[in-house]
Design a binder for this molecule. Structure first.
Ligand code: PEP
Ligand code: MN
Length: 352
C-alpha cells in the first residue's frame, strides 16, 4: 500500500503516519512523487486497513498496490504518463521519433545525419558519446568530444538530444547536453546508476536488458521512480534467444504487456532488435502496430564506414521510406507523428 500525502502535509503529520505504521510492526520507506511525500509500506501490506489512514491529517490518498512495481504500475496511475522532454512529448497520441547514428564519430557525420533525420520528421537526435562495447578493443566513443558535438548538433538543428550514460562518474557531463538520458541494455541492472538518474528530473530512456524479463525492466524503472524522477520512458530493444540469424529477438509481446501493466510510455528499437538494416522498417511498423509510443532508429549518412552498428543503420533515404510508411500506418492505430498534422484520410463513402 502507498500513502500519498498532500503537497502541504507537515513533518508532524508525516511523523504521525510513520508512528502508527511502526506501532503495527510495519517497515516504511518514503519518497517524493510530484512534490508529494509518498509512504510505502514494505512487504505484504494486505493486513493494513487503508481506512485507518485515509482520514488522518495530511493524507491525500491511500493506494492499494498488488504488483511488485509500485510506482510504475497502473495500480498507482491508471492513465498514461506523458513525459515532457524539453517541450517534446513522449506518450499520448503522437508518436515520438528518435533517429541518428549509433555513435557520434565526427562533426561532419553527426551534423549531416542530424539534418537528414530532421528533414524526414525526427524530433530527437540519438548518438552515443560513451559506448558500452562488448569488446574493449572496439570504438568506445568520442566521450567529452562527442558530447560537445551533440551540443553543436542541438544548437544547429533544435533536435532534442538522446545520449547514453555509461556510469555515474560521467552522469553530470552527459546530463549537461542530453535532453533525455539513455540507460542502455547493459546498464539496466546497474542499480547505483538507476538511483543516480532517479535523483534528477531529466527524462530517462530505460532500455530493456539483454536477458531481462518484463518485470525486471519495470523493477529497474521503479528504482528511478522511487528516487523521485517520474520522467521515465521504457524501450523494448530485443532480447537474447536461441535464434542466431538475427542479433536479438524483438519481443513485440512486451508492448501490449507493458501497456497493460504500466502507465509509462514505451518505445521500440528495431535497429538493435533485429540487427540488420533491411529488417528495420518491417519491425518498426510492427512495433507501432503493437502500440508503441514511438521509435528509436539508427541512421548513418554512410553505414559502410560507421564505427559501430553500421550493419543495422539506415541510410537517410531508407529512413525517409520508413517514415512514409509510419505516416500511413499511424492513423490505423489512432496516432499522429509528433509535430505533424493528421493527414486527411477521409474518403467519401461510395453510394450503394
Ligand atoms: C545503442 O542504443 O546504441 C545501444 C548500445 O543500445 P542497447 O543498450 O539497447 O544495446
Ligand atoms: Mn547501436
Amino acid at each position: 500500500m502507498l500513502i500519498v500525502m498532500k503537497p502541504n502535509a507537515t513533518e508532524a503529520e508525516i511523523a504521525e503516519i510513520r508512528k502508527r505504521l511502526w506501532g503495527m510492526g510495519r517497515t516504511t520507506r518514503e519518497f517524493p512523487v510530484d512534490s508529494r511525500v509518498t509512504i510505502s509500506i514494505l512487504g505484504d501490506s494486505s493486513g493494513v486497513d487503508p481506512d485507518l489512514f485515509s482520514t488522518m491529517a495530511g493524507v491525500d490518498e491511500t493506494i492499494p498496490i498488488y504488483k511488485p512495481f509500485r510506482l510504475a504500475g497502473r495500480d498507482f496511475r491508471a492513465g498514461n504518463t506523458v513525459v515532457d522532454v524539453a517541450g517534446e512529448l513522449i506518450g499520448g497520441n503522437s508518436l515520438a521519433i528518435i533517429a541518428g547514428p549509433c555513435s557520434v564519430e565526427n562533426r561532419d557525420q553527426l551534423l549531416r545525419t542530424a539534418e537528414a533525420v530532421k528533414r524526414r520528421g525526427a524530433r530527437f537526435l540519438r548518438g552515443g558519446a560513451y559506448k558500452p562495447r562488448t569488446s574493449p578493443y572496439a570504438f568506445q566513443g568520442l566521450r567529452e568530444e562527442g558530447l560537445a558535438l551533440l551540443g553543436e548538433a542541438k544548437a544547429a538543428t533544435g533536435l532534442r538530444i538522446v545520449t547514453e550514460v555509461k556510469d555515474v562518474a560521467t552522469l553530470d557531463a552527459v546530463a549537461e547536453v542530453a535532453d533525455m538520458i539513455q540507460v542502455g541494455a547493459r546498464n539496466m541492472s546497474n542499480f547505483s546508476l538507476l538511483e543516480a538518474v532517479g535523483e534528477r528530473s531529466k527524462p530517462v530512456l530505460l532500455k530493456r536488458g539483454i536477458s531481462a524479463t518484463i518485470e525486471e525492466l519495470l523493477m529497474s524503472a521503479e528504482y528511478i521512480l522511487a528516487r523521485g524522477n517520474q520522467n521515465v520512458v521504457l524501450c523494448e530493444r530485443g532480447i537474447r534467444t536461441f535464434e542466431p540469424y538475427t542479433r536479438n529477438t524483438l519481443d513485440l509481446n512486451a508492448i501490449p504487456v507493458i501497456k497493460k501493466l504500466s502507465h509509462l510510455p514505451v518505445l521500440v528499437d528495431p535497429s538493435h532488435g533485429i540487427g540488420m538494416w533491411d529488417g528495420v522498417t518491417s519491425m518498426a511498423l510492427a512495433g507501432i502496430a503493437a502500440g508503441a509510443d514511438g521509435l528509436i532508429i539508427e541512421v548513418h549518412h554512410d553505414p559502410s564506414v560507421a564505427l559501430s552498428d553500421g550493419q543495422q543503420s539506415l541510410k537517410p533515404e531508407r529512413f525517409a521510406e520508413l517514415m512514409e510508411k509510419v505516416r500511413r500506418i499511424a492513423p490505423i492505430v489512432d496516432r499522429t507523428i509528433a509535430g505533424e498534422h493528421r493527414p486527411h484520410t477521409h474518403r467519401p463513402v461510395p453510394a450503394d
